[in-house]
Design a protein. Structure first.
Length: 154
């Protein structure tokens, strides 16, 4: 399976997705997300997007997927409409091979999103991005450190 810069291989895709999903569900729980807390997902079409959605479902946290092409203002409105506790985004999105800053654009509006406690960031390019030590978390670091054991909530 190839999705953009996919890290999922064609063999064992389901096992890899389950592992990523369970680990990210544990990351969300470690960030204080509980049943009925909302999570906003503002990601390009990468494997982490369905893993984030499934992780939310696994712990009973409703999620709102925000189209990756929306402006920062539109993202702010959607975050505030759903009262999201966590935002999941990427450092950059790639459009026709060119990096477009996602994290930088949402950072401009996050001060106007009082419900957001944490921002989980998928590293795609390694480019420089603004960072808040008290709020921001790297996906790859958090997922690597999380347990792969996370039973689905009833």
């Amino acid at each position: 399976m190839k999705c953009g810069s996919s890290r999922l291989r064609s063999s064992g895709v389901n096992a890899e997705l389950l592992d990523m999903t369970a680990r990210f569900a544990n990351v969300l729980k470690s960030l204080g997300v509980r049943r009925d807390d909302r999570v906003a997902i503002y990601l390009p079409l990468i494997p982490e997007a369905p893993a984030a959605m499934l992780a939310c479902a696994r712990i009973g946290a409703p999620h709102s997927v925000i189209f990756g092409g929306f402006s920062a203002e539109a993202v702010k409105e959607r975050i505030n409409d759903c009262d999201a506790k966590v935002l999941v985004t990427a450092d950059f999105s790639l459009r026709r091979g060119k990096p477009l800053p996602m994290k930088e654009s949402v950072d401009a509006v996050l001060p106007d999103c009082p419900s957001i406690d944490h921002c989980v960031v998928v590293r795609r390019t390694g480019g420089e991005i603004p960072w808040s030590e008290s709020r921001d978390v790297w996906w790859h670091e958090a997922v690597a450190a999380a347990s792969p054991d996370c039973p689905a909530e009833p």
